[in-house]
Design a protein around this ligand. Sequence first.
Ligand SMILES: Cc1ncc(COP(=O)(O)O)c(C=O)c1O
Length: 372
Amino acid sequence: MYKDIYITRSRMPNSEYFSRLCNDIFESSWITNNGSYVQKLENSLCTYLDVSHIIACNNGTTALMLALQCAGLAGKKIAITPYTYVATLSALLWLGCEPVFVDVEPDTLCLAPGLLRQRLYEEPDIAGVLPVHIYGLACDVESLETICREHGTILIYDGAQAFGSRYRGKSLLDYGDFSICSFHATKIFHTAEGGCVISRNADAHNALTLARAFGHINDTHYSLGINGKMSELHAALGLSLLPGTEEEIARRRQLCAVYDAALAGFDLARPVRPEGLEHNHAYYPVLLPGEATLLRVQRVLDEQGVHLRRYFYPALNTLPYLKAEWRSSCPVAEDAARRALCLPLYGSFPPEAAATVAALLTQACSGGGEYA
Ligand SMILES: Cc1ncc(COP(=O)(O)O)c(C=O)c1O
């Protein structure tokens, strides 16, 4: 029996290599403010993702705030998916925006383009759209692009979970007017805390760079800014981890195959991977038949030391602190949020442990629970 299995574990760098970079930073005494390691990381990320404009930030939430601010969306109405981690919504609320929740597709759990189109016709003052590539799976990027172009609406993707996913031959982060990513310690590629914004042209990139560092250069103040800078130490961690990213994804792919095989034939739905997607295997979500089963399964596995997480619960349109008029009904997201559980998934998780977790899960689903 494996004891105390959690759904993720941070990937750690080669300690000698990381120490070498830290010593270099130590010698230079330059530890933040767009230093050479942040610049090196940005260049390496441009190469890895095959994109032209990227700014590294101190986390994904600030990255999202910077993208919204530089896109001119502060204080405006934004269409957003209700099925995501709460940070997507909080970034928008901190900027005084009004969320318009648009439900998700039942198969991918990503924002539904048909519902979005209808909402944009009904509310032409919606100025931006904020979909999420949930679990690293791809939104319907073609339809969303078409709809946003038709309505002149800015499209910002929250790709916090999408690093390493590729769709139709290019990074999933290379879609939309802006894409953001999180480099939090739980992510496939991380810098302990960190994130980035990917933009499409030099003007947007320059505005983001300025806003990331308080909006001024020396004594000239150009625009509203914030402290969104990444430190040199975080960038060094990123540079140490970036080369191992493909191997991390390959290991996760192998673990997902173990889960797929062990769970085949059980009444556990999974979000669909769209055709053309090379998935990063960021998460392994399963949808249980109902919430009562989920709570029982979670409790039974907890007792066995396997701590599954409800990602993503609750649907954000139901949050208690929202204004009443923002809480529109999103039945698909609300149903998925009640039934979704994520299984342990990280590169150093042994495949035989994944097989054990799957066996415990299937026994617990069929009403069992005694695995002493
Ligand atoms: C979908 C989504 N958006 C935003 C964030 C926020 O990123 P960060 O934790 O780097 O601020 C996360 C983080 O986990 C996320 O999963």
